[in-house]
Design a protein around this ligand. Structure first.
Ligand SMILES: Nc1nc2c(ncn2[C@@H]2O[C@H](COP(=O)(O)OP(=O)(O)OP(=O)(O)O)[C@@H](O)[C@H]2O)c(=O)[nH]1
Ligand SMILES: [Mg+2]
Length: 360
């Protein structure tokens, strides 16, 4: 499961990627389209895992991870076509769309002006046109098929595709539609860009970040008109922060009255965007967070650890993290009757500490 950082050229995607992954990928100081796609796997910060590690003192601590990929800027200039880049974005499960808000004399903008609302609209249209092309092709195919043999599934799909075409032609994202489970399923293979989970990121200067600013206001308004609430980040400032040691970082954040670094905000947002929660396992060997799509059953969760545990599943012994913290130990939790035995169909919740009982 990976998150793609996408946007126009020179909006700060690689800078944000570097800040998130603490990598040192080459950012651009000149206007020559880089083809490089950077990928990085990031540990998801989790206070619960930190706390459980101090209690269980395991041999090993493992955090949940998410993968970020940094995709070159979407543009039709510089002898490159946007479609290749859009095809890359299609392979991602979720998208973080970076829009430039910061001003700079030295760093060019492809349209030579900083107009975040216009940039956002341009990106939206690229996505919409790309999906429209795919949907239109499919409609033509289905129409041909139906002429030969009338299959009910094909007719149904054609209806859906025509609905999608209408939505896209109205300049709307597929994600604004309420689709049935069955419709979602039938669309899965197309990996439509405008259907993916999306987070808008405004890359601003530190002053824009701290004070009311017209560009920020315009960007926020444009996002809200499409039904999105954007996240603001100052990539330049955050890159300085991410070069600090964890101790220095804590001091820095406190000095500036910030609760959390942009890096942590970004990673948590990525996790939410993928609709992930974590279940936890504890013990002398390992304390670990396991990423899980919200709504997953205990049986499937067991399979994340090992297929044998899924196959031989008997029961899940579940303790809520908060109950563990308030009681202080597993013995006290059990004495208070707060340890539950759950079956295969139990829907795992965020922060469940689970011990699977199984037999193979
Ligand atoms: N002043 C300022 N400069 C920034 C900020 N973020 C990025 N930059 C600079 O803008 C230039 C482009 O940044 P990149 O992160 O390479 O942008 P990109 O979106 O990855 O660019 P492409 O991959 O070429 O599309 C670099 O020189 C960065 O140092 C910011 O918040 N403020
Ligand atoms: Mg880049």
């Amino acid at each position: 499961m990976k998150i793609g950082l996408a946007g126009l050229p020179m909006s700060g995607k690689t800078s944000i990627f570097n800040m998130a992954t603490r990598a040192k990928a080459q950012t651009r100081d000149y206007l020559a389209q880089s083809d490089e796609i950077n990928s990085g796997i990031i540990k998801v910060p989790d206070n619960r895992i930190d706390h459980l590690t101090t209690i269980f003192k395991p041999k090993k601590t493992t955090f949940a991870t998410v993968e970020f990929t940094d995709i070159p800027g979407i543009s039709n200039s510089e002898n490159k076509s946007a479609s290749k880049i859009l095809a890359n974005i299609r392979t991602c499960e979720a998208i973080m769309l970076v829009v430039r808000l910061f001003e700079s004399e030295e760093i060019p903008h492809i349209h030579n002006k900083i107009d975040p609302a216009a940039d956002l609209e341009e990106l939206c249209l690229e996505f919409i046109f790309s999906d429209l092309e795919m949907v239109t092709n499919r409609i033509e195919r289905l129409q041909k098929e139906i002429k030969v043999v009338k299959k009910p599934e094909a007719t149904k799909e054609l209806e859906l595709m025509e609905h999608l075409r209408k939505t896209l032609e109205d300049n709307k994202f597929i994600s604004t539609l309420e689709l049935t489970e069955e419709q979602e399923q039938s669309l899965r293979g197309y990996r439509l860009l405008t259907q993916k989970p999306l987070l808008l990121i405004g890359n601003c200067s530190d002053t824009q970040f701290a004070t009311a600013d017209a560009k920020v206001a315009a960007f926020t308004k444009a996002c809200e008109e499409r039904g999105w609430s954007p996240m603001l980040i100052s990539a330049a400032t955050e890159m300085e922060i991410s070069a600090l040691s964890p101790e220095e970082e804590a001091v820095f954040l406190e000095e500036f009255g910030m609760k959390e670094s942009g890096r942590n905000r970004l990673i948590s947002a990525a996790y939410r965007l993928l609709n992930y929660i974590s279940f936890l396992t504890v013990g002398e060997d390992e304390v670990r967070a396991w990423p899980l799509q919200r709504g997953t059953t205990a049986l499937k969760s067991a399979g994340k650890i090992h297929s044998d545990i899924e196959r031989g599943f008997i029961r899940a012994e579940v303790v809520a993290y908060d109950d563990f913290v308030s009681k202080g130990s597993m013995v006290a939790v059990k004495a208070a009757g707060l340890s539950r035995l759950e079956g295969k169909e139990y829907i795992v919740e965020d922060g469940d500490i689970i011990n699977f009982r199984f037999n193979v």
